[in-house]
Write a protein that binds this ligand. Sequence first.
Ligand SMILES: NC(=O)c1ccc[n+]([C@@H]2O[C@H](COP(=O)([O-])OP(=O)(O)OC[C@H]3O[C@@H](n4cnc5c(N)ncnc54)[C@H](OP(=O)(O)O)[C@@H]3O)[C@@H](O)[C@H]2O)c1
Length: 234
Amino acid sequence: MRIALVGYGKMGKLIEAIALREGWEVDPKLDINENVKGSGITSSSMEGVDVAIEFSQPDSVVSNIEAIASAGVSVVVGTTGWSDQRTRVERIVRDAGIGLIYGSNFSLGMNLFFEIVSNSARLVGMLPQYDAYLSEEHHRAKKDAPSGTALNLLDMMRPHLSNPNPGIASIRAGWIPGTHVIGFDSEADTIVLEHRARSRQGFAEGAILAARWIAGKKGFFDFRQVFREIVGIK
Ligand SMILES: NC(=O)c1ccc[n+]([C@@H]2O[C@H](COP(=O)([O-])OP(=O)(O)OC[C@H]3O[C@@H](n4cnc5c(N)ncnc54)[C@H](OP(=O)(O)O)[C@@H]3O)[C@@H](O)[C@H]2O)c1
């Protein structure tokens, strides 16, 4: 297996370490300087690459996906903050005949939390006296807010809630890898669910799992669906 890294920051470097441990080849590694306006992603730089892994920034992810698709390479996308362009990206993927797997959050624990939250919202939704809220905290360098994970959690809860627009708070400070809290509050009590990432390691391991899964497949996939399939959730 040979992977290309597009975005070689905190996540890219962690993914590289795991990929090398797996015995995979990691080449090319394209950070901002090697990829000005997507110029580093060409048919020749991507020749022989099985899967590209994209962890860059919200303002460059879509042009990177476009260039990776033009090179005919399947891609794992971890960059968040581009949900408004999803339809366009689905079309790019379809037209190029590649595979793309997007995860707002590749940690297995968070994907378990997605199931816990959607089931909880379904139960709590039976009692209209509860108001839902969401708060999320991330390190100060994170560019998008609310986080892509928070937006996913809201999408999962919304169909079950009497108030489809729960209160949301985003905090950016220090080095927090990612904390998401869902609360259901009534006059009598509060129910709180919390997921706290301890490091970026879990995200990187999930991205490697996704790369192995997407190799050789075509179409646009959500990592949550893949997680459900792997775990056997109906
Ligand atoms: N899905 C998940 O599970 C998950 C987990 C963690 C993070 N994320 C997301 O993944 C993204 C990256 O996170 P990170 O912690 O690795 O951030 P990071 O440390 O800032 O790394 C991003 C790297 O991409 C570079 N870059 C910017 N534009 C580029 C381009 N056009 N081509 C190639 N590289 C480019 C940046 O360079 P400069 O710094 O010089 O601009 C930086 O080195 C963020 O959107 C973050 O929210 C997702």
